[in-house]
Design a protein around this ligand. Structure first.
Ligand code: NI
Length: 141
């Protein structure tokens, strides 16, 4: 499918434009337009995640000590209670004590944030990080 493109003129401070061009080169974008489109998409994904209205996809990464009493079962209970948001779970044993779990998630931004917050707030959690991305449907490509 052919993408429809619109041209528009943008005024930017000279130094900001110089930095955009430098970033485009450093990250391997073929031109300024592609680099700017990436910046705009990232901003839209972030806005969508913040406003909580739309659907997002993402990952929730958890690091915890599996010896911590009650933590593993609390995490499992939370995940069962929100299984409609969780697509897949990867569990890695980092060392003798520490586990890393990566949850692939998709759903309403507000629901995903609430789940991530509840997992992060579990007693004994060492680190939790929600990484938000697009579902893919919102951009023509
Ligand atoms: Ni483990």
């Amino acid at each position: 499918m052919r993408r429809s493109l619109s041209r528009f003129s943008v005024s930017l401070p000279t130094d900001l434009l110089r930095q955009l061009d430098a970033m485009a080169v450093a990250r391997g974008f073929p031109n300024r337009s592609r680099a700017l489109a990436d910046v705009v998409r990232s901003s839209l994904v972030e806005h969508n995640a913040q406003t909580g209205a739309g659907e997002i996809a993402g990952t929730i990464t958890l690091v915890y000590d599996h010896h911590r009493r009650g933590l593993q079962s609390a995490l499992t209970s939370l995940q069962h209670a929100h299984q409609e948001l969780i697509l897949s779970v990867l569990h890695v044993h980092l060392d003798h004590a520490n586990c890393m779990e990566v949850l692939a998630v998709r759903g309403r931004a507000r629901s995903i944030r609430t789940l991530a917050d509840r997992l992060a707030a579990s007693k004994g959690m060492k680190h939790a990080r929600l990484s938000v991305t697009a579902t893919g449907k919102e951009f023509a490509g």
